[in-house]
Design a protein around this ligand. Structure first.
Ligand code: MGD
Ligand code: MGD
Ligand code: MO
Length: 757
């Protein structure tokens, strides 16, 4: 690399991911948030049969039986919740909401845990303490006073337990709406919509044991070193067994290149590390569809030559649509594939050859695949690739979407969806004796659009940071303030809480790490991980405040205050969560003997028909898809237009910012940077460290982010990257995957110019 100028806070990171740096960062997280004595014990209890489920990510544990698995970002998630800092009524008395809005997302959450239910007082512009019952009763009154239940939006962020989420959907359906925007609509909705079309179910099909038998792992658009750190243990083991790992990612992510496992004594003692990716392809942002089509096209050529590449028996017995897809691959030109993917035909042919050699392949993927206008189509292409060689329902093979929030998958399983199935509604009616609404409700973008056009009047949030997670703060923030009512069940203060409506309530909840005692004694909750394993979780810490209530208790409180004529005995359900699980068992398939099975260590697995080669699609077969052409038609070919990817730093959990470093990408103490390829900088007469303005190319309103520091990075040509949520300024709200409604957070067409001032 040519000699670069010094840019404050930008230093290349040469080491492997993990290793001593991860241990040091963990110690620092503990020091900054907790009383040091209890921290080690708490961290040891994370993901143990006798402890609580880590709120960090949805990657499974070895049956929840293994010894403590070290995880830096898990430790950050746990200590961030178990912090000794508090946001009390005195805190709010000393600050107006307007003054709090001036602070950064990091500062807001770093004040600590909410301790009391609070209500907004518009005259003083402050939050004041309120009694729980008074809050419930007023919220119920406002909800009952709406012209229609459909004027309220009920958001869920995927940390809620199965029990809380189930009660929440029950309350809302009895109230009369399917308006269930949830974080999944911004995350893996493309998986939930695409995979059922392909294989009959919107979930991953692999288990941890499959990774022990895989002969090839393909990793597309996910960054496990930061977002699923316990997965690094799995990849590390696979790499040491010499399993090829082929990566597609526009950014060079250190953990996918080299990793030192903090559990590996030799590696730690010798400062050694293990190479993770066998090949790393810097695919162009949004170019995955082209790359996948290229691999499949090359595979068909190999098949024509050798005749033994495709799994003919599997295709004949288990699939539909092969010929149409093959004809489309034939018709797709290599020129287009290369241009769109940014990869060469030779590179893609090599991937096809490696795939043809492997008898058991797993494809893992994350937000780099789903958060595009073609998100659903991308997911289906991954399924197509796997189907060609029968990589479902055999050991060591399958599809592995890396889920987001630790229980986002469970939330969906127990009924958090704006498009419930008729079967589920029929069972609700049968068990509870009320008619749930059947019309589809709003997803996240639609809920916000309803708030913007004024048809939605109330927003209730079971966790999350709705307005900050969504695109386009210029239109979303004012819409929050125009509501009649907003209610936030939360652990910590964030910006969505401060975008106050005419009436706003903050209801503080118990976190996963805390003991939840109800009438029948201490309660456990249950969660479902990325591999469909359901298991129990019980907190151990003393609650952050005596005023906190559990999420099920708060949801029940809201329900009783809202529904004058309810069919549900809410109080008895809160007294003993076993009773909630009994109801789940009666209304959701797959939960037989729920209460017994969660009492065995490791829990149980939800049914996954594709693992038995059963396809619950309308045809009863797995379905190949057709992706016409190679590109996202809305993206212009104009070489001046770059594709902006929004990414998470290493010190961040979605909108929660733990710190200002992004160690593995060499960024320290700042987040106001734009990652750019050296040639893209040069083509604009820019240098590493220059300030730039970023402008979104979209018909209609212009969106700009000004004075960002462009830094040279090993990123695909034509792609640039900036941090989420700051860069949400540049994402139009209606810029979505039409099939799944997911915002295209990872391929925003932008122009970059030297900063005006
Ligand atoms: N510590 C921590 N853990 C987390 C989270 C967190 O914020 N912090 N968030 C949780 C949640 S809700 C989620 S959804 C997951 C998110 O986990 P990931 O799916 O890993 O999400 P991102 O960091 O947004 O980006 C993923 C990767 O996609 C790449 N990418 C971007 N665009 C493209 C593209 O067009 N093609 C390809 N092939 N790759 C692309 C980026 O360079 C990045 O490496 O993690 C969960 N776990
Ligand atoms: N530009 C851009 N935007 C994105 C993304 C992106 O990659 N790029 N990713 C999208 C994705 S994948 C997701 S999932 C969404 C995330 O969207 P959300 O899930 O809405 O956001 P979070 O930042 O995870 O929510 C953090 C808040 O949750 C609350 N909280 C934490 N723990 C608990 C708990 O146990 N109970 C309750 N009740 N509350 C709790 C705290 O108050 C905290 O402030 O953002 C999306 N937005
Ligand atoms: Mo997510």
């Amino acid at each position: 690399m040519n000699k670069r100028r010094e840019v404050p806070g930008i230093r290349p990171y040469d080491g492997p991911a993990g290793g001593w740096g991860a241990l040091k960062a963990t110690a620092q997280a503990v020091r900054q948030q907790m009383e040091i004595i209890e921290a080690p014990i708490l961290l040891m209890r994370t993901n143990q049969p006798t402890g609580f489920d880590c709120p960090g990510c949805a990657w499974p544990d070895k049956e929840h039986k293994s010894s403590f698995q070290f995880c830096e970002n898990g430790a950050k998630a746990v200590t961030w919740e178990a912090t000794s800092k508090r946001v009390t009524p005195d805190f709010f008395e000393a600050r107006t909401v307007s003054s709090l809005l001036e602070l950064s997302d990091y500062e807001l959450e770093n004040f600590g845990r909410l301790t009391h239910p609070m209500v907004y007082d518009a005259v003083a512009d402050k939050f004041r303490p309120v009694e729980w019952e008074a809050a419930f009763s007023r919220i119920g009154e406002v909800l009952r006073g709406l012209a229609s239940p459909n004027q309220a939006e009920f958001y869920t962020s995927g940390r809620a337990s199965n029990e809380a989420a189930y009660l929440y959907q029950l309350f809302v359906r009895e109230f009369g709406t399917n308006n269930f925007p949830d974080c999944s609509n911004m995350c893996h909705e493309a998986t939930s919509v695409g995979l059922p079309q392909s294989i009959g179910i919107g979930k991953g099909t692999v288990s941890l044991a499959d990774f022990d038998q895989a002969e090839l792992i393909i990793s597309i658009g996910h960054n496990p070193g930061t977002n699923h750190p316990r997965m690094m243990g799995t990849l590390h083991e696979a790499a040491r067994r010499k399993v090829p790992i082929i990566v597609f990612n526009p950014l060079r992510e250190r953990a996918l290149e080299r990793f030192a496992d903090p559990q590996n004594l030799v590696e730690m003692a010798t400062y050694g590390s293990t190479d993770i990716a066998s090949t790393y392809h810097l695919v162009r942002a949004g170019g995955d569809a082209a790359a996948l089509k290229g691999i499949m096209k090359a595979l068909l050529v190999l098949e024509a030559r050798r005749g033994d590449v495709l799994d003919h028996a599997f295709i004949a017995e288990h699939t539909c649509g092969f010929d149409t897809m093959a004809a489309d691959l034939d018709a797709t030109s290599w020129t287009d594939i290369e241009k769109e993917s940014g990869l060469t035909r030779g590179e893609l042919e090599e991937v096809a050859a490696a795939y043809a050699r492997s008898n058991a392949t797993i494809v893992c993927y994350g937000m780099g695949v789903t958060q595009h206008n073609t998100g659903t189509a991308n997911v289906r292409l991954i399924a197509d690739l796997l189907l060609l060689r029968g990589n479902f329902g055999k050991p060591g093979a399958g599809i592995c979407p890396l889920r987001g929030h630790s229980n986002v998958q469970g939330n969906r399983t127990v009924g958090i969806t704006e498009k419930p199935s008729q079967d589920f509604l029929a069972r609700i009616e049968q068990v509870f004796g009320f008619m749930p609404p059947t019309a589809a409700g709003h997803d996240s973008v639609q809920a916000m659009q309803a708030m913007i056009d004024g048809s939605a009047k109330a927003l209730i949030c079971l966790g999350g940071n709705f307005a900050v997670a969504l695109p386009d703060p210029q239109v979303c923030y004012p819409a929050m303030k125009a509501l009649d009512l907003s209610v936030h069940m939360a652990t910590k203060l964030n910006r969505s809480h401060l975008l106050v409506a005419r009436e706003t309530y903050l209801l503080p909840v118990l976190g996963r790490t805390e003991i939840d005692i109800q009438k029948s004694g201490p309660q456990s909750i249950t969660v479902e991980d990325s591999m469909s394993m359901v298991h129990a979780s019980a907190g151990r810490l003393r609650p952050a405040s005596a005023q906190l209530r559990s999420e099920p208790a708060i949801v029940a409180g809201l329900a009783m205050a809202t529904l004058s004529d309810t069919h549900v005995d809410w109080l008895s359900l809160v007294d003993d969560y076993d009773r909630i699980r009994e109801l789940i068992e009666r209304t959701v398939p797959g939960f037989n003997h729920y209460n017994t099975r969660i009492r065995t260590p490791g829990g149980f697995r939800m049914p996954l028909p594709p693992t038995e080669r059963k396809w619950t699609t309308p045809t009863g077969k797995a379905m190949f898809s057709v992706f016409p052409g190679v590109r996202q038609t809305y993206l212009p070919w104009d070489p001046d237009v770059l594709r902006l990817v929004t990414i998470r730093s290493h010190d961040q959990y979605n909108t929660t910012i733990y710190g200002m470093d992004d160690r593995y990408r060499g960024v320290f103490g700042r987040r106001d940077v734009l990652f750019m390829h050296a040639d893209d900088l040069a083509a604009r007469g820019l240098e590493h460290g220059d300030k730039v303005d970023i402008e979104t190319i979209s018909a209609g309103r212009s969106a700009r982010m000004e004075g960002i520091t462009a830094i040279e990075y090993d990123i695909a040509r034509g792609s640039v990257a900036a941090y989420y949520p700051e860069a949400n300024l540049l994402v139009p709200l209606d810029y979505i995957d039409k099939e799944s409604g997911t915002p295209s957070y990872k391929s925003i067409p932008v122009r970059i110019r030297a900063a005006a001032q």
